[in-house]
Design a protein around this ligand. Structure first.
Ligand SMILES: NC(=O)c1ccc[n+]([C@@H]2O[C@H](COP(=O)([O-])OP(=O)(O)OC[C@H]3O[C@@H](n4cnc5c(N)ncnc54)[C@H](OP(=O)(O)O)[C@@H]3O)[C@@H](O)[C@H]2O)c1
Length: 341
């Protein structure tokens, strides 16, 4: 397993980060609509991930009813005693309670949210505390001051952003700098061979300002594992069988073409589509660690192999071309004149 600095910070994280959104979520009518895994499987996945060198776990207060994902991780820490072997990341911002302050990025909600996450996680610190999505109803400076206080109090060590517009992220970095507040060291965002929108603004931004990118849904929720087939119903028990709207969004000629190119490469190099899709992301600039999901130890074993897979530049180019992003204005114009933007 390779370890990289998280952005420009001194924190070392494994290049694969274990996503825990599915933990404890075995019931229908749950956050994952029944396509999660039991506590027992979640424990087995964490045991094996740690054994394989993964030192980075990502959760959020909203994963699972009443913070179930965080509770499963907290129980695992208590049972196994591995708290200091893990760089623990979680998030706040979405609705966790009733009333006007039951969500958001206000000082009031942040102070409540962090205490509740610490209690569920059975720990006295969160290593990477991330805002799950920007909150345009709260001044960024209020959010940053509240987070800065948490760092000073030792409850949180590093700060991360997730799902931010580029303009807002630059503004946030500027606010941190001008007001001498802790700044975000990472950006967690959707990024995969199918979804490359980040490359217009966020990738250059993270490169310039030293943020580490943490791609989420790197397998497009399992689509890039190759188990879905054009014109056929999703296999029984798979995520896309339950998440019909999401599947509809993926069921486009461009995405099937990308999948075909990915499968061809995987066959040629005797690998699997999931491994190649993860390895492609690991070779993108500014990516610190890829947050993947696994609902069984079999899926985990497949995905773990990506950490050792180095794709030849010619193969990366083939995948880049198959998954070409429509840049739009003004990026297309700039690329035409200078080859980059
Ligand atoms: N910040 C955000 O807004 C945000 C949003 C989403 C996720 N996240 C984070 O990112 C993590 C990963 O997201 P994700 O679960 O969408 O990622 P993903 O890696 O794209 O999808 C994981 C799913 O794909 C299927 N799968 C995984 N490996 C497979 C394999 N080798 N073969 C066949 N199927 C395989 C499984 O689904 P099935 O078996 O059910 O089909 C699994 O649950 C989450 O746990 C969370 O930590 C963050």
């Amino acid at each position: 397993m390779e370890y990289r600095n998280l952005g420009r910070s001194g924190l070392k994280v494994s290049t694969l980060c274990l996503g825990t959104m599915t933990f404890g979520e075995a019931n229908e009518g749950s956050f994952m609509h029944g396509v999660g895994c039991t506590n027992e499987t979640s424990f087995a996945i964490m045991d094996r991930a740690l054994e394989a060198g993964i030192n980075f776990f990502d959760s959020a207060d909203v994963y699972g009813q009443d913070g179930l994902s965080e509770r499963v991780i907290g129980d695992w820490f208590e049972d196994r005693g591995h708290r200091d072997d893990v760089v623990l990341a979680t998030k706040f911002r979405f609705r966790m309670g009733e009333g006007p302050n039951g969500g958001g990025a206000s000082r009031l909600h942040i102070v409540r949210a962090v205490e509740e996450s610490l209690r569920r996680l059975k720990t006295d610190r969160i290593d990477l505390y991330q805002i799950h999505m920007q909150d345009i109803d709260t001044p960024e400076e209020e959010t940053l001051r509240a987070l800065d206080d948490l760092v000073r109090a030792g409850k949180v060590l590093y700060l991360g952003a997730s799902n931010y517009a580029a303009y807002r992220l630059v503004d946030s970095l500027w606010t941190s700098k001008s007001a001498s507040l802790e700044r975000f060291v990472s950006l967690q965002a959707q990024y995969s061979l199918l979804v490359r929108d980040l490359e217009r603004e966020h990738v250059p931004l993270c490169d310039r300002f030293g943020l580490g990118i943490l791609p989420w849904s790197p397998l497009a929720g399992g689509f890039l594992s190759g188990k879905y087939r054009q014109g056929q119903e999703p296999p029984a028990g798979s995520r896309m069988e339950m998440w019909k709207q999401r599947y509809k969004g993926f069921d486009k000629p461009r995405n099937w073409r990308i999948l075909a190119a990915l499968e061809a490469v995987a066959e040629e190099i005797e690998s699997t589509p999931a491994r190649v899709a993860l390895a492609w992301l690991l070779q993108r600039p500014t990516v610190s660690s890829v947050i993947f999901g696994a609902r069984s130890t079999e899926q985990l074993e497949d995905n773990l192999q990506a950490a050792e897979l180095k794709l030849d530049p010619a193969i990366v180019t083939r995948l880049d071309e198959a998954a070409e992003l429509e840049l739009g204005y003004p990026y297309e114009f700039m690329k035409h004149v200078q080859g980059r933007w």
